[in-house]
Design a protein around this ligand. Structure first.
Ligand code: FAD
Length: 472
């Protein structure tokens, strides 16, 4: 990140600011979060002057790219680390997302599959049984499935497995594999239909933001300076980076957790998750068919600490160094988390998964828990794929904060910062609705959120959805 100097220059002897354009709202980042913000603003509010700034040449190339994430629409039903209360919140967000994608009718946007959590051994059986009884009223799509039925749904899970091994599963018929990059593009296209005035600046980076009385000056690497009344940061780890530049979130750090994926042949028909390891903050590896084509089953993601803001972008290391994570306080907080949660050897094992030769062998031991007949030669590390989850570390409490983190500007600051570890993509529309309401509050009189239209399209159980976006 290049921080440019003053945004002002001398024009006719008077210090003036170079404002190439003026907007109600500038959104930084065109991943699935920024795309959802643009869509919700355009469809349900009367704010028209909206700009989205994206440093890459195309939307959704970082964590929202299907090569880089697990492509799952999480809804809480099969995530054994979610309490019922938390799961219900995620379920609402999932319903919004699914109502949107179902209404698009785009076969490349998503695929519907089974999604399951596999239990192996009596302890996991007990856990899944209890979960089923607690969750079934809220999740009518869940079924408790025994070995015989499992063999019909996913034969490879049972093939070659010790007949005396106790296996069962909680299976949801509502499994969705989503191409979140395409979703980001779909949101931006719909935003354009609803609001032809919306602008997207691709291939240009926001380098600095500065407040100038009632406006924010947003400097771009192209040399342009935009003015905005509200700025929404949907820039992944960079949202927290900018927050800290602007005086917010100083007590937060980021533990960047990279996730790699392995490919194998066509082995699974749906998404197969494992029971969450007790006390472990990261999901165990799972297997699923690739949304980009079901000739491949992907296994992953691994969980490797990596001091980068964005995966494979090595220059982002220098920005990572600017976060308080690398201060003495930050490093001590991380050391405490690693010690308390017994993450040291877990981390080492996950680093090894990316090594040649020994990596696939070590990873195979994990995959065997899902596919007992998997062979060394079946597994290929997907080089260049996989993203980085920006896990938030609260430096005051020394705790890892799970889920996304949103910071709102205060005392007249009209800023929203959205940092999005997993499952940030699943909750992008719900977050956008929440943040756009805040944005309307910031914009003040004359601006409104059309609650009636929102209710008619996403209300109730959120199943109706926006059937089509009206043509301009
Ligand atoms: C291994 C892995 C597996 C995951 N699996 C799942 C899953 O199954 N389900 C799920 O819901 N979530 C999952 N996630 C999380 C999910 O991928 C992210 O939460 C989601 O993609 C975040 O979207 P975003 O738009 O906030 O961020 P991103 O997609 O990263 O987009 C941020 C955008 O901001 C842009 N940007 C950054 N700085 C600037 C700047 N200065 N100027 C202009 N543009 C800028 C970037 O170029 C980028 O396009 C996973 C993540 C990882 C890493």
């Amino acid at each position: 990140m290049r921080i440019v100097g003053s945004l002002t220059f001398r024009r006719g002897g008077v210090m003036r600011t170079a404002h190439d354009k003026t907007f109600d709202v500038v959104i930084v980042g065109a991943g699935v979060t920024g795309g959802a913000d643009a869509f919700i603003l355009s469809r349900f509010t009367n704010a028209r002057k909206i700009a989205v700034i994206e440093k890459n040449a195309r939307a959704g190339q970082v964590n929202s790219n299907p090569l880089n994430n697990s492509q799952t629409s999480h809804d809480g039903g099969t995530e054994t680390n979610y309490s019922l209360g938390h799961a219900r919140k995620v379920q609402y967000a999932a319903k919004l997302l699914r109502s949107y994608i179902e209404a698009r009718g785009d076969p490349e946007l998503f695929r519907k599959t089974n999604r399951m959590v596999l239990g192996v051994g009596p302890d996991e059986r007990k856990l899944l049984k209890e979960r089923f009884s607690d969750f079934r009223a809220d999740y009518p799509d869940l079924r408790f499935v025994e070995r015989d039925e499992l063999a019909r749904i996913e034969p490879k899970i049972i093939e070659g497995r010790d007949p005396s091994e106790d296996v069962c599963a909680l299976v949801s018929s509502e499994g969705y594999a989503v191409n979140y990059q395409r979703l980001a593009e779909s949101f931006l296209a719909d935003a354009k239909i609803d609001n032809p005035a919306r602008e997207v600046f691709l291939g240009t980076e926001v380098t600095k933001i500065k407040r100038d009385s009632d406006w924010y000056e947003v400097a771009l690497s192209s040399g342009e300076v935009l003015r905005a009344r509200v700025v929404m940061f949907a820039a992944g780890a960079y949202s927290l980076f900018f927050a800290q530049q602007l005086g917010y979130g100083k007590g937060l750090g980021i533990l960047s957790v990279a996730g790699s994926f392995y490919s194998a042949g066509q082995l699974l028909k749906g998404k197969v998750y494992r029971v969450q390891i007790e006390g472990m903050p990261f999901a165990a590896i799972h297997g699923d068919p690739d949304v980009l084509g079901d000739h491949e089953t992907r296994f992953g993601p691994t969980t490797k600490p990596l001091p980068l803001m964005e995966r494979h972008q090595y220059k982002t290391f220098f920005d990572y160094l600017k976060l308080p994570t690398t201060s003495i306080r930050g490093l001590m907080a991380i050391a405490r988390i690693i010690r308390r949660k017994h993450l040291f050897w877990y981390g080492v094992r996950n680093v090894i998964y990316d090594f040649p030769v020994i990596g696939p062998w070590a990873f195979m031991q994990e995959v065997k828990k899902i596919i007992p007949t998997i062979r060394y030669r079946d597994l290929k590390l997907r080089r260049g794929a996989g993203g980085v989850r920006p896990q938030i570390v609260n430096l005051t409490t020394g705790e890892l904060e799970m889920g996304e983190s949103t910071i709102y500007g205060e005392n007249g600051d009209r800023l929203i910062f959205n940092t999005t570890p997993s499952p940030g993509a699943s909750v992008c529309l719900a977050n956008a609705v929440r943040d756009v309401r805040k944005c309307i509050e910031y914009l003040g009189s004359g601006y409104r959120f059309n609650e009636d239209l929102f209710e008619s399209e996403f209300g109730g159980d959120a199943k109706r959805g926006t059937e089509r976006t009206p043509k301009a």
